[in-house]
Design a protein around this ligand. Sequence first.
Ligand SMILES: Nc1ncnc2c1ncn2[C@@H]1O[C@H](COP(=O)(O)OP(=O)(O)O)[C@@H](O)[C@H]1O
Ligand SMILES: Nc1ccn([C@@H]2O[C@H](COP(=O)(O)O)[C@@H](O)[C@H]2O)c(=O)n1
Ligand SMILES: [Mg+2]
Length: 452
Amino acid sequence: MPEETNSIDYVMEKASGPHFSGLRLDGMLSSPPSSSTASPSHRSASASDSNAPKQPFVIGVSGGTASGKTTVCDMIIQQLHDHRVVLVNQDSFYRGLTAEESKRVHEYNFDHPDAFDTEQLLDCVQKMRSGHSYQVPIYDFKSHRRCSDSFRQVNASDVIILEGILVFHDQRVRNLMNMKIFVDTDADVRLARRIRRDTVERGRDINSVLEQYAKFVKPAFDDFVLPSKKYADVIIPRGGDNHVAIDLIVQHIHTKLGQHDLCKIYPNVHVIQSTFQIRGMHTLIRDKEISKHDFVFYSDRLIRLVVEHGLGHLPFTEKQVVTPTGSVYTGVDFCKKLCGVSIVRSGESMENALRACCKGIKIGKLLIHRDGDNGKQLIYEKLPKDISERHVLLLDPVLATGNSANQAIEILIQKGVPESHIIFLNLISVSCYLLMIFLKVNLYLLQDLARV
Ligand SMILES: Nc1ncnc2c1ncn2[C@@H]1O[C@H](COP(=O)(O)OP(=O)(O)O)[C@@H](O)[C@H]1O
Ligand SMILES: Nc1ccn([C@@H]2O[C@H](COP(=O)(O)O)[C@@H](O)[C@H]2O)c(=O)n1
Ligand SMILES: [Mg+2]
């Protein structure tokens, strides 16, 4: 490896890309899982197909007319600002009325599954899932026809939201979805909203809205929409007013999308969910103009986050306490057999955060120094005597070649620390070198992953 790729500057430079957020998958693997372990609709990348394009995350949003589907989708899209998201409306796939049908429009049932061209909708979602753009028809609710000469081009994206009253009706369409949401709003509220919307936006008068509602909309809701509610993974009562549900859904999508390819391949890698606070601090510590005081302050804050997350992955035991009011609270007790080991010198910058979180924690040290180019290493170690009985938080904030980390893990294993008891805590890392240590530790927790 060229000398300059060894330096901290190089790592910091490389780590200036996006901040990946990730998910710790349960179970520990010492080799990449085969692609067959995940569901076909959103399978993980395996070592051999890590260059394959990522499949988009498809969300279906259904619910009765005027339940707030479009409003909920808009809110989700707004909150997913980090990702490319597109909305496909089932309404766009309404079949245009023939001249004959148009003459008797009041007899036409727009709420029956046959009113939609489901084959075309299926084609659209299938193409978009495979990364192609699609020319989506434009439907006019006033003329009940499609625009004959123009389309809306919908480009390939990370997330596709498919919204409509009957998107859960056809099993083939349902099967393309990774997540299904049903917006559940009281029927009276929906009717009131529909009257207002259709008179204001869709060129209808109140009588025709009420007539259509009684003749077609309500019966079709009972026959087709409501029975499809059972397919939903998430039901949102009160639609767009339910901020808690929308937040939870957005968090879930973030987590699913945030899995960096490496996290998918190596379930023991966990990248902390990025927030604007975290990004802001990473921005500050990269700024060449930052003062030493601020650099230390913001690095400390970031390190503290990594340490707190690391502690959250330790085993715990159940514990009951009696509260001042005399009731019994069932909680958990921290893991007692714990220690830190810092890789000298940079690892020492994480010690204060660890001490601040774990009162009286023992912290050992490992110094690994390359002696010339002949592969000889000088090693200094000062570790707790009973380290083999402890869970070890291995501290190294900046990782370039991975050599020291690799050596440190080897030493801990030689000292009798089981692999599953080692959690490697890291702030900034150059990804391709991680591979050397992935296979050895239980959990690799990092905050910022550089793409190289
Ligand atoms: N939480 C809400 N409070 C008040 N009005 C709402 C709310 N959610 C939606 N609306 C209004 O109700 C009408 C229908 O909402 P929309 O999101 O278009 O429903 P859908 O897509 O399910 O038909 C729209 O005019 C919208 O502005
Ligand atoms: N030409 C049309 C087409 C559809 N409708 C009604 O639209 C409703 C579906 O749209 P939402 O935004 O309310 O989900 C459906 O209930 C149809 O009755 C229409 O009135 N005219
Ligand atoms: Mg709508």
